[in-house]
Design a protein around this ligand. Structure first.
Ligand SMILES: N[C@@H](CCC(=O)N[C@@H](CS)C(=O)NCC(=O)O)C(=O)O
Length: 197
């Protein structure tokens, strides 16, 4: 399995997720700030938009952090990163796995671009709604599904990190406490160590 990755990007999600599974993989650095590196044929065959993270697993090619997390959780069930199909919390799991790319990211784009909000028409509602629903979800703790850590936490915690890093959220104990709990996980620490080479 090959992970196309670049430090300080959304690729941390895939890297952390791979570390949580404990499986062997190859990490391939693609400097997305370098147009030549980004245009490489091998990378583009896995990531048509030239974005990281991208994952190649035999004939499977994925170029979205949410899809990669879902894929790895199902591919390596022994790691326990997803409730099984039919389990009581499978629905909640799917809902929260999709929340990052379907709701948080568009809401962040709304905030950054100071776009006019149309709560009824925009699939993500509004930035404020996104945050309120996320905070409420996290109050169950320690993880988004309660007692059980899952791939949804990898996506949501990294989103919370980005919200805090970009100062969209300041002094929020619910979000920062969640990020701190995740940062204590050995798999997260191994992934974070790769970011600081
Ligand atoms: N929906 C994708 C977005 C990936 C994405 O936009 N990655 C950025 C880095 S954080 C990137 O590779 N940008 C380079 C570019 O678009 O040129 C995901 O969640 O993985």
């Amino acid at each position: 399995m090959k992970l196309y990755w670049c430090p300080k990007t959304r690729a941390i999600r895939a890297l952390w997720m791979l570390e949580e599974t404990g499986v062997a993989f190859e990490r391939v650095l693609v400097d997305i700030r370098d147009p030549v590196a980004k245009a490489g044929a091998a990378f583009r065959s896995v990531s048509p938009m030239g974005k990281v993270p991208a994952l190649e697993d035999e004939s499977t090619r994925l170029w979205d952090s949410g899809a990669i997390c879902l894929y790895l959780a199902d591919r390596y069930p022994a790691a326990g990163l997803a409730p099984a199909i039919g389990a009581a919390d499978r629905g909640a799991y799917l809902q929260w796995v999709l929340y990052t790319n379907a709701v948080i990211e568009p809401a962040m784009a709304e905030k950054f671009s100071a776009a006019t909000v149309s709560v009824g028409a925009h699939g993500w509602g509004s930035y404020e709604q996104m945050l309120e629903v996320l905070r409420t979800g996290l109050t169950r703790g320690p993880w988004i599904l309660g007692e059980r850590f899952s791939a949804a936490d990898v996506l949501l915690a990294t989103s919370c990190q980005f919200l805090m890093q970009f100062k969209l959220v300041v002094d929020d104990p619910v979000l920062s406490g969640y990020v701190e709990r995740c940062a204590e996980r050995p798999a997260y620490q191994r992934a974070a160590a790769a970011e600081t080479f």
